[in-house]
Design a protein around this ligand. Sequence first.
Ligand code: URP
Ligand code: ZN
Ligand code: ZN
Ligand code: ZN
Length: 461
Amino acid sequence: MSTLIKGGTVVNATGAVTADVLVDGEKIAALLAPGFPVAADDTIDATGKYVIPGGIDAHTHMEMPFGGTFSADSFETGTIAAAWGGTTTIIDFAVQAKGTSLLSTLDKWHGKADGNCAVDYGFHMIVSDVNDTSLKEMESCIGAGVNTFKMFMAYPGVFYATDGEILRAMQKARETGATIMMHAENGIAIDQLVAQALAQGRTDPVEHGLTRPAELEGEATSRAITLAKVTGSPLYIVHLSAAQALDAVTKARDTGQNVFAETCPQYLYLSLEDLAKPDFEGSKYVASPPLRPKEHQSELWRGLRTNDLSVVSTDHCPFCFKDQKELGRGDFSKIPNGMPGVEHRMDLLHQGVVAGEIGLERWVEICSTTPARMFGLHPRKGVIAPGADADVVVYDPSATQVISAATHHMNVDYSAYEGMEITGKVDTVLSRGRVVVDSGGFHGSTGHGRFLSRELNQYLV
Ligand code: URP
Ligand code: ZN
Ligand code: ZN
Ligand code: ZN
């Protein structure tokens, strides 16, 4: 089965060129001069459109246990929604429960995902129990294609790791070539602020933001960077939201330290004002780190331009407003943390191109090419080039759409971006050569997505 994608502008991180793209089986076979005569079983007209590598969302949580419930998207519904939005790879987090092993955790997550994904997927491992056994097991995880380990400086009593535990995991990362991913918020201090707020009767969703000040993200980020420096481990800061944290990352990178960071669309477009919406509406925007005052947004865009922020992921972790966010009515600390977004990352970041915040190639780089390199998937993913997987999105930059829960495909009863007008729209999506989305709808299947055993990160500052 071969497909010719004709007449489009092929956009890679390295530049844009008018070319036809020949797909043969699951791979990209050639980039051809426009109109170059070649036989193909199928043709897709991409005239006036961009032809880009499929999006890679390196931070999702499908079916994640949290706060007595599970995030609302299964691997099936979540990867179908991803495909609709032009994301053809997700990297989700397997979550070690305290007292269990990393390898049994990995088995459990394979049990959830294998055979159920519409697009390709990989795993990171959340390490919540640092001991001799789990440190040793990190090696087996790496052998099983999972070489990125997330740790938490937040959530004492749940996922929280002490500085000593983080140090030990970083030493292991240094020894093995793994990367430590860090949720950097000072959870010990935050827990005190939360207890004080509740004791004063401050229970609304906005308190989630007020009890997690940006300074405590900045402090934790600096501390993580210091521990990484002492151990020589590379470090990837997840879901960076605050200017103070970005400053710490920028300083470290300026000295040549291998520190990287991602931000998420919600921190670029939403703010503390959303968390303050009345009638418990604010609960829709509860995620950690919290949405920040608007002033942080321009700093994050600057970070994306300077590459101090290298990746945009969604941290997709949906909880329904009606029956899940509800758990925290009367006590903001019980609102399940997380927001939906896997379907809209490519569109939302395209607004950055439209607004002149980032260039076209940078859009592709932060949404696809860098995540591929950072997480050991390049050059198989993240590039339109011969030999790469034919994960291809035909994107119409002039179409318009309005984001709404009434039309999205995520299994959640609200949109954080309800009513937002978007310039640009996914037209056609190929996953490993197969058309999974086009104007006729979703044509994929949930058995199509394959587990991606990832190489070690070779990506340096
Ligand atoms: O609030 C969030 N971000 N929920 C998902 C878990 C995490 O910390 O990434
Ligand atoms: Zn986190
Ligand atoms: Zn997350
Ligand atoms: Zn529900």
